[in-house]
Design a protein around this ligand. Structure first.
Ligand code: FEO
Length: 168
């Protein structure tokens, strides 16, 4: 049984995860408009991951006998200056999500809610990976410095990314 506060915060997180999916789809749309389909593919897969995250929260609440409540979210940003700008926005967003996950963990630990702590551990690890991926690509883009050949090569590399459910 989860506390009212945890149920409320977990439902709030479902909203953030679905917003993340939309935000990354918005980035994919910008990449498509720049004719960078590999980058677009990266963000389309990222959006799938975010929906997967949202559903993990949905299923956990349901398993714990708690009520899932789906609410709306704000419009995502739609325009960007460059690929570096896109990934800087992606990294900033992941840093925000990491803060959210740590906030949820703080509450779960305060309440000694062991099921919630165990569930959130997966997200703590996932956020390390999410931030590392965005940082790595941002660093690569800084090196490329808008060189068309470099962008083309990275676009090709990102076109191979596929969604793999991390569920064991
Ligand atoms: Fe659901 Fe990218 O964190």
């Amino acid at each position: 049984m989860l506390s009212e506060k945890l149920v409320e915060e977990f439902n709030e997180q479902i909203k953030h995860e679905f917003f993340s999916a939309n935000y990354y789809l918005s980035m994919a749309a910008y990449c498509k408009d720049q004719n960078l389909d590999g980058f677009a593919n990266f963000f389309i897969v990222q959006a799938e991951e975010e929906r997967f995250h949202a559903m993990k929260f949905f299923n956990f609440l349901d398993e714990m006998g708690s009520r899932v409540v789906i609410t709306g979210y704000d419009d995502p940003r739609t325009d960007f200056e460059s690929m570096s700008d896109v990934f800087a926005a992606g990294l900033e967003h992941e840093q925000f999500v990491t803060k959210r996950i740590h906030h949820l963990m703080d509450i779960a630990m305060d309440e000694k809610s062991y099921p919630a702590i165990s569930f959130l551990n997966w997200f703590v690890d996932e956020q390390v990976e999410e931030e590392a991926t965005m940082t790595d690509l941002l660093e690569k883009l800084k090196l490329i410095n808008n060189n068309p050949n470099g962008l083309f090569m990275l676009d090709k590399e990102l076109s191979t990314r596929t969604f793999v459910s991390e569920e064991a």
